[in-house]
Design a protein around this ligand. Structure first.
Ligand code: 13P
Length: 251
């Protein structure tokens, strides 16, 4: 079964108000005829409101890069799922490798964020991925299996239609060194097997697993041709309209 491709651009802490709005306008105009794929951008928090308005009426969805694991209250500096929904955000990233490794987010916190995001009505992209040390130490499956299992703890099968998994090997992020189709295929197949054990085969087959890590216009088609690769989570190449549009329109 081929799942609907899901191409997403994570802007990380890049662009400003003007260039972000220009980018999303160019995407909106450029993806008008692309109906067979889901498309989303993940701008920094402060621009979400304006980017949602710039994307309105198009098939470009807008997501946040993070959320708080609490619903509301005395959590200075945090943003809740409800606040994101309030400004028209539909998606959220949880457990991106930069959150895990630069900001110390562990599996338990990621799980609370997944649960909160779902409870707040958002579609959650749960990111998993091993470091180079872990891969070299033959611990890839152990690491991504644990991140996936712990990340989805308490998530019932009924919520899975609002879950996407992103496999982003840490060594491939921002390095220009993407996983080979074989490496991506192996990891994605493994993750689908874990999903099958956690839920069942039908559920596992319906969940999309994106690949992320140095996805570019010239490697996206090869990666997307891998049976278990259902989309891409793009960093650097999502910051310019021409390269992200080329990725979205891969064939
Ligand atoms: P790059 O595409 O820049 O490697 O970033 C990948 C990523 O982290 C997307 O979330």
């Amino acid at each position: 079964m081929k799942r609907k491709p899901f191409l997403a651009g994570n802007w990380k802490m890049n662009l400003d108000r003007k260039s972000g709005v220009e980018l999303v306008r160019a995407l909106r105009d450029g993806v008008g005829g692309v109906g067979d794929r889901d498309i989303a951008v993940f701008p920094p928090f402060v621009y979400l409101d304006e980017i949602v308005r710039a994307a309105a009426g198009s098939n470009v969805r807008v997501g946040a890069q993070n959320l708080c694991d609490e619903k509301n209250g005395a959590f200075t500096g945090e943003v809740s799922a409800e606040m994101l929904r309030d400004v028209g955000v539909t998606h959220v990233l949880v457990g991106h490798s930069e959150r895990r490794h630069l900001f110390g987010e562990g599996d338990e916190l990621c799980n609370r964020k997944v649960v909160r995001g779902l409870a707040g009505g958002l579609h959650v992209i749960l990111c998993v991925g091993e470091t180079l040390d872990e891969r070299d130490g033959a611990r890839t499956e152990q690491v991504i299996g644990r991140q996936l299992t712990k990340g989805l703890a308490g998530v019932d099968a009924g919520s899975l239609e609002r879950i996407t998994i992103a496999y982003e090997p840490v060594w491939a992020i921002g390095t220009g060194r993407n996983a080979t189709p074989a490496q991506a295929g192996e990891a994605h197949r493994y993750l689908r097997g874990v999903l099958s054990g956690l839920y069942d085969e039908r559920a596992a087959n319906s969940i999309r697993i994106q690949y992320g890590g140095s996805v570019k216009p010239d490697n996206v088609a090869t990666l997307m041709a891998v049976p278990d690769v259902d989309g891409a989570l793009v960093g650097g190449a999502a910051l310019k309209a021409d390269s992200f549009l080329a990725i979205v329109r891969y064939n």
